[in-house]
Design a protein. Structure first.
Length: 353
């Protein structure tokens, strides 16, 4: 059964697009390697006047991003924003640019949502559809954060099982899909596909230092940077086991968990300050806790309280994600099986206590 033939056919029969098909709307973002717009189809002006598609005009690295999105589309469609099409737009100026088209998933990233004073209650009705009966307080907040973490890890597990490491997991790259009421991952511009050896980070590209695990470079420096594709395909399961590159994303996801539990770390400055403190403790979260807890203010204490619910199961999960050594961090799959997400098991536990 030839995956390449299948991929070719699938692509051949799919709707294709050209530059003139799109009407540009509002600019949604601008990074070093591309600009993102909300757009609509010229022939089929959407009922919403702002358009129901998203276009990224990317530089030369757009080719890799198209590759990653095509793979995700076939292997784990629901973990990332719904990708429609990517092509080289060469009619304009020097060399051309890559155009990538997704469905517009919704107006909020996890970053937008955590910046709200009302977080996590502002997310509650979005994911659950109804307000819970619990009174406001850490238990209810914990339940919302749990749901967000489960969705995040589910999407991440999908990517990792496909052989893709994202390398730029952060709240800005997590979009809330209004259609499916779930969080999805976006921005595969820095991703690496280890199964086929596509592992390219341009020299000038810096991983976001706020969310990057201490190892920075996910493959050990001894690993040849660009083996030929067949060699890489044969080697990559071995390399994956040796280097556990997926644990780079787990560290970043752990930091997002931390930010959700502690409002003080949701701002850039707050997170930078936390990173500095953790580094001083040699990336040992328990050591960090010992240094800050005795003189912690109300807000910090409340965060610990939330993570300490149900016998400290949240804190346990957090400390198994944010660790210095990649090898000691849980995988996304193992994290999903963690008792933090298992309400039945917790209930049984509380009966035994
Ligand atoms: P970059 O970070 O390289 O500029 P992203 O792919 O992260 O590009 O997109 C930039 C922003 O555009 C995102 O943070 C998000 O706000 C918005 N965005 C991207 N893709 C979608 C999508 N499918 N639906 C809705 N908004 C999106
Ligand atoms: Mg981004």
């Amino acid at each position: 059964f030839d995956m390449f033939v299948l991929a070719f056919l699938e692509r051949f029969f799919r709707t294709t697009y050209r530059k003139d098909d799109f009407v540009l709307g509002k600019k949604l973002g601008e990074g070093a390697f591309g600009v993102v717009y909300r757009v609509s189809l010229a022939k089929k002006p959407s009922s919403k006047k702002e358009g129901d598609l998203v276009l990224k005009k990317a530089t030369e690295y757009g080719a890799v991003e198209i590759w990653m999105n095509e793979r995700v589309r076939r292997a784990c469609a629901n973990c990332c924003a719904d990708f429609l099409y990517g092509f080289l737009e060469s009619s304009s100026k020097k060399g051309g640019e890559y155009w990538l088209i997704w469905r517009y998933e919704g107006e909020s990233t996890l970053s937008d949502l955590t910046q709200s004073k009302d977080f996590p209650y502002n997310v509650e009705t979005m994911i659950l559809g109804e307000v819970q009966a619990l009174p406001k307080g850490i238990e209810r907040e914990n339940r919302i954060i749990q749901t967000i973490m489960r969705q995040l890890l589910f999407a991440l597990d999908g990517l990792h099982s496909t052989g893709i490491v994202h390398r730029d997991i952060k709240p800005q790259n997590i979009i809330f899909s209004e259609g499916s009421r779930t969080f999805k991952i976006i921005d595969l511009g820095a991703a690496a596909d280890l199964r086929v050896g596509i592992n390219y980070i341009p020299k000038e590209f810096l991983l976001d230092p706020r969310y990057a695990a201490p190892e920075q470079y996910i493959m050990s420096t001894q690993t040849p940077s660009a083996p030929s594709a067949p060699v890489a395909a044969a080697l990559s399961p071995v390399l994956w086991q040796l280097n556990l590159p997926d644990r780079f994303d787990i560290y970043s996801t752990g930091l997002i968990f931390l930010q959700m539990a502690f409002p003080g770390f949701r701002t850039d400055n707050g997170l930078i300050q936390f990173n500095r403190q953790l580094k001083r403790c040699d990336y040992d979260l328990n050591a960090w806790r010992k240094t800050v807890e005795p003189r912690a203010g109300v807000e910090l204490r409340r965060g610990f309280e939330l993570l300490d619910l149900d016998g400290g199961i949240g804190w346990e999960l957090l400390t198994s994600m944010v660790r210095y050594k990649a090898r000691q961090r849980v995988s996304a799959k193992a994290a999903l099986a963690h008792p933090y997400f298992d309400r039945e098991a917790l209930l049984a536990l509380s009966f035994m206590q």
